[in-house]
Design a protein around this ligand. Structure first.
Ligand code: SF4
Length: 328
């Protein structure tokens, strides 16, 4: 294959690229639960959860979600609040809402059977070019390449140029193994996840070292956004066996309809802090102070019996606080 930007892979290099990655993947892939079978529902769930969430966090939630909703039919017939509750802690709740909507379409329009073509998959809510190609290649062996952040970084380093947009997708398509597209796609992503790391690539153990133009010498071209710090305060009001919680507005752009503790101004904080929780969301590190005591002037909230709280769609932070306070 010939890239516009000067560097080429000839036929034997392209074959070497595919072969090296597949051999390496067969020996080194992580043993992740969604790799144990090719069930489309499980692969779809893992792909959606892995968007914007680390593998370790997904591992915690994946089995729990499957226990609650073991099939696409169960997911389709669930109430949205139950789906959000099972998603709680993973963040980016739009993903859960979209999965719920897509499950309904799969059951209603496709009789519960996943479509096997990329174009059809892309008509489902929340399934874009990447997810459609991932499901089609992994489950149905369709020769469709995927591009995510890992693939972009690996290919950019291998060819020594910043690849983006359509040229990046075309490069990924040209390099794809037609024989084992699903494994190959996972191999490139796995290489980016455990060898060609963002800050310090482990070039000495890289299976495509011989084909790589940069071999770790490429300077980071995009500076990482600096992490910001913020203080935030919540009240934990406890009466008999209930906790006072508030629901985020339904039209809120962030986590609409989710439940959390009432936020109180940092300046009005009483001197006694009962709990300090560290929490990070994208580029912000929060220091969260939790005060036990009466909430005053809060009309939006409701007293929720402790036994009901685990079934509510809580924000990730609320769940973390309530766990650390040993309430759930
Ligand atoms: Fe990444 Fe280094 Fe491998 Fe190149 S040789 S693909 S920079 S890990």
């Amino acid at each position: 294959m010939n890239l516009d930007h000067g560097r080429k892979f000839d036929g034997s290099q392209t074959r070497g690229w595919r072969q090296s990655l597949l051999v390496w993947y067969d020996r080194n892939r992580r043993d992740l639960p969604w790799r144990s079978d090719r069930d489309p529902y499980r692969v779809w769930l893992s792909e959606i959860m892995l968007q914007q969430t680390r593998v370790a966090a997904v591992l915690e939630h994946y089995h729990r979600f499957l226990q609650r909703f073991p099939t696409v039919q169960k997911l389709a017939s669930a109430r949205e609040s139950s789906v959000l509750a099972a998603w709680s802690g993973l963040g980016y709740y739009r993903r859960a809402r979209m999965m719920h909507a897509a499950a309904k379409v799969i059951v209603k329009k496709h009789g519960g059977k996943f479509p096997g073509e990329v174009a059809e998959l892309r008509t489902l809510p929340g399934i874009g070019r990447y997810t459609a190609a991932a499901i089609a290649s992994i489950v149905f062996n369709v020769p469709a390449a995927v591009v995510d952040g890992n693939v972009e970084r690996v290919l950019g380093r291998v060819f020594g140029t910043d690849l983006a947009g359509e040229p990046l997708w075309q490069t990924a398509e040209a390099l794809l193994s037609r024989r084992r597209p699903g494994d190959f796609n996972q191999a490139v992503m796995e290489l980016g996840a455990i060898v060609c790391l963002p800050r310090q690539p482990r070039c000495s153990v890289c299976p495509v070292f011989g084909l790589c133009a940069t071999r770790g010498k490429l300077e980071l071209q995009r500076k990482l956004a600096p992490q910001q710090r913020r203080d935030i305060c919540y009240a934990l009001d406890h009466r008999d066996s209930s906790i006072f919680l508030v629901q985020r507005p339904k039209h809120s752009t962030l986590m609409p309809g989710m439940w959390e503790l009432p936020e109180i101004p940092v300046s009005s904080t009483p001197s006694e802090v009962s709990l300090i929780v560290r929490h990070s969301i994208t580029v912000t590190d929060y220091t969260v102070r939790v005060m036990r005591g009466r909430v005053s002037g809060e009309s939006r909230g409701r007293w929720v019996p402790k036994a009901r709280i685990p079934r509510l769609p809580l924000t990730g932070l609320a769940r973390k606080i309530l766990r650390q306070a040993e309430i759930i």
